[in-house]
Design a protein around this ligand. Structure first.
Ligand SMILES: [Zn+2]
Length: 322
């Protein structure tokens, strides 16, 4: 492989990926040492890595542009990663979600890129939806949050049926890249599709009868999940994981949560538990972690399916489902 720029970035990425243990073993390789028969696939963030690895199996070598524990929003690429995109046989990404990836694709990989947003239309982002929450988040989107997709909500993977549809299309696309293994890709996609359908059925059954259906979240990532399972997402805006909110901001958030009579406030793993606890104590609510699955956090040690099942248990408890 005449790849001069990628190895450095890959080495760094590999070191980081190793911290996750066996989960990402498929990504543990370098351009120099990889199996030349393997198809190099670059995934723009975790759920795309998950489906690419499940469908590709041993035939593909998947690298994720987002380092473990980092958020895919506002991802910046180093020159080595731009090189990876340029060298990949297939780049799986969501156009409009990560501008740096869009740019790298536009410059070097338009003919080898699979934009998963083309598979099915994205929903409008919170604040411009038609569920009576117009204006609630309009103009208040936190920096680096959901505004990048032109008013569209990028988090489609939190509806397993949508991820299954994307996975089927990815298998077809991979089959074009490596026609000799197309049947394998199709077969693996079928297995994955069944796993995702099973997960969907569990969600539907487990969330059928609940005392509450409102989910108050610090990151409005759960629009697809809410829509598919008839829940209502209420976003608390302006809480970015990186910054400690001001006392004024905390008071506003508490007011917001109180107005929605929240009994549980959902935070993502990256928000400091201190902030969550402060707000919850103020409101008299509990806190719980609902993982938006934008990346695998080092401590959850699972995969898309297991984290989704943990989320389901969290929702059942918080919403008092019978
Ligand atoms: Zn997000």
């Amino acid at each position: 492989m005449n790849n001069r720029s990628a190895p450095r970035a890959l080495a760094a990425a590999t070191t980081a990926l190793l911290a996750l243990g066996g989960v990402t073993a498929c990504s543990d390789n370098t351009a120099a040492g990889g199996d030349p028969q393997q198809v190099d696939v670059v995934a723009a963030f975790y759920p795309l890595q998950f489906i690419a690895e499940r469908i590709g199996g041993d035939a593909v070598k998947v690298s994720n542009l987002v380092k473990p524990g980092a958020e895919p929003h506002d991802l910046e690429l180093n020159p080595g990663q731009v090189g990876e995109v340029a060298q990949a046989k297939l780049v799986v990404y969501l156009k409009g979600f990560q501008p740096a990836v869009d740019e790298a694709v536009a410059q070097n990989a338009t003919d080898r890129a699979f934009d998963v947003a083309t598979v099915q239309p994205l929903l409008n982002a919170a604040g411009v939806d038609d569920h009576g929450h117009a204006g609630e988040q309009a103009g208040q989107t936190a920096p680096g949050q959901e505004a990048e997709t032109g008013g569209k909500d990028p988090h489609f993977w939190l509806d397993p049926t949508r991820l299954a549809t994307v996975a089927d299309q990815l298998a077809e696309r991979l089959g074009k890249v490596d026609p000799a293994r197309a049947a394998d890709f199709t077969a693996r996609a079928k297995t994955l599709h069944t796993d995702l359908q099973t997960l969907d059925a569990e969600y539907a059954a487990s969330l059928k009868t609940c005392q509450r259906r409102e989910i108050v979240t610090s990151h409005t990532a759960f629009g697809y999940l809410a829509k598919h399972y008839q829940l209502e997402q209420v976003g608390i805006t302006g809480l970015s994981p990186e910054t400690e909110p001001s006392p004024q901001r905390l008071a506003e958030v508490a007011k917001d949560a109180r107005a929605h009579q929240a009994t549980t406030i959902f935070f993502e793993t990256l928000v400091s538990p201190k902030v969550a606890d402060t707000i919850a104590a103020e409101v008299g609510a509990k806190t719980a972690v609902l993982d938006p699955l934008e990346g695998l956090s080092a401590d959850n040690g699972g995969d898309y399916l297991s984290v989704m099942r943990t989320n389901l248990q969290t929702l059942r408890t918080a919403l008092s489902c019978s």
